[in-house]
Ligand binder design. Structure first.
Ligand code: NAP
Length: 283
């Protein structure tokens, strides 16, 4: 069985491809030179010639702040390209997994978000990913929309790397303490994505590591595990100036995963320990 993975060089893509190989799949990994998501004809041509049996669409425009200034580019990649990919999947009658985000929600709910909650994105990235979801759902029956959050994986420009880099040049740091969510390790998410692909249980799923924290708590744990002595100062989102607004509540309920018989991901602290270990082995 041949699986086409977009964004195979991204944080998630790298681990997903490893997991697919481990489970015996052939994997087709178009680079941005083979299939640039800004070129609709190229996408169609590539997928039509690929003969794949399923598509996992990991590639995306992921610069949340920059998206506020590059709205057109962000929409072309996250909405328009996703629509073309979904139309190709329909034409071949093959399943498609679309990776989505907690940023489709406005964060105003007091409880965890379920798959049934109505999205209301508050930034351009979130809006573009929501429109991508809609293209997938409206074009396909055999779709999985998997919403994840706060992703970290080896080779990524993620929060953990940002914290570790800052600690090399500063001995104190301000970190936002009023946004709550779940960090998610790409190794753990990749296992679940392949389980989902093999299930034929189509639909929308929330999928993150277990447990919740704020960015401040996440940073504290990163420095503790890494034995780095640094003063961390908790601040509010209002005090942290950036281009894009972020939802205060990013907690995603995983009840549907349990009800559908999928194995939950480990707690985020365990995932973080594994990441730091993997990172040290790679250096
Ligand atoms: N990062 C997060 O915290 C987070 C949270 C929730 C959901 N997600 C979603 O999870 C998925 C994976 O995220 P990630 O963090 O692994 O992303 P990432 O590391 O930023 O990788 C994005 C991938 O998309 C590819 N890409 C971007 N523009 C392209 C274009 N024009 N043509 C072809 N390929 C293009 C990149 O190609 P190059 O390698 O050539 O640059 C890269 O491989 C995305 O759908 C994202 O929206 C991420």
């Amino acid at each position: 069985m041949e699986i086409l993975v977009t964004g195979a060089n991204g944080q998630l893509g790298i681990d997903l491809v490893k997991e697919l190989y481990k489970r015996g799949y052939n994997v087709i990994c178009p680079s941005r030179y083979d299939m640039n998501l800004e070129d609709k004809d190229k996408i169609k041509e590539y997928i039509m010639n690929s003969n794949c049996d399923a598509i996992i669409h990991c590639a995306a425009y992921t610069s949340v702040d920059k998206a506020e200034q590059e709205k057109g580019l962000c929409l072309r990649i996250n909405k328009d390209a996703t629509e073309v990919i979904a139309i190709c999947a329909k034409k071949f009658d093959i399943p498609m997994i679309y990776i989505s985000t907690d940023y489709i929600f406005d964060g105003s709910k007091d409880e965890e978000y379920t798959e049934k909650d109505i999205p209301n994105p508050i930034n351009m990235y979130g809006m573009s990913k929501y429109l991508g979801e809609k293209s997938v759902i409206s074009n396909l029956d055999k779709y999985y929309v998997v919403r994840t959050s706060w992703v970290f994986g080896i080779n990524g420009n993620n929060f953990i790397e940002t914290m570790l880099n800052i600690s090399k040049i500063r001995n104190k740091i301000n970190v936002v303490d009023d946004q709550i969510g779940s960090p998610t390790y790409t190794v753990d998410l990749s296992r679940l994505l392949v389980d989902i692909l093999e299930s034929n249980k189509y639909g929308i799923y929330n999928a993150t590591n277990e447990g919740y924290c704020t960015w401040y708590e996440f940073a504290k744990e990163i420095f503790e595990i890494s034995n780095i002595d640094i003063k961390i100062n908790p601040i509010s989102s209002n005090e942290y100036k950036c281009m894009a607004k972020r939802p205060l509540n990013s907690r995603l309920s995983k009840n549907k995963l349990v009800e559908s018989g999928f194995q939950l991901l480990p707690n985020w602290k365990e995932a973080l320990t594994n990441y730091i270990q993997q990172r040290e082995n790679n250096i």
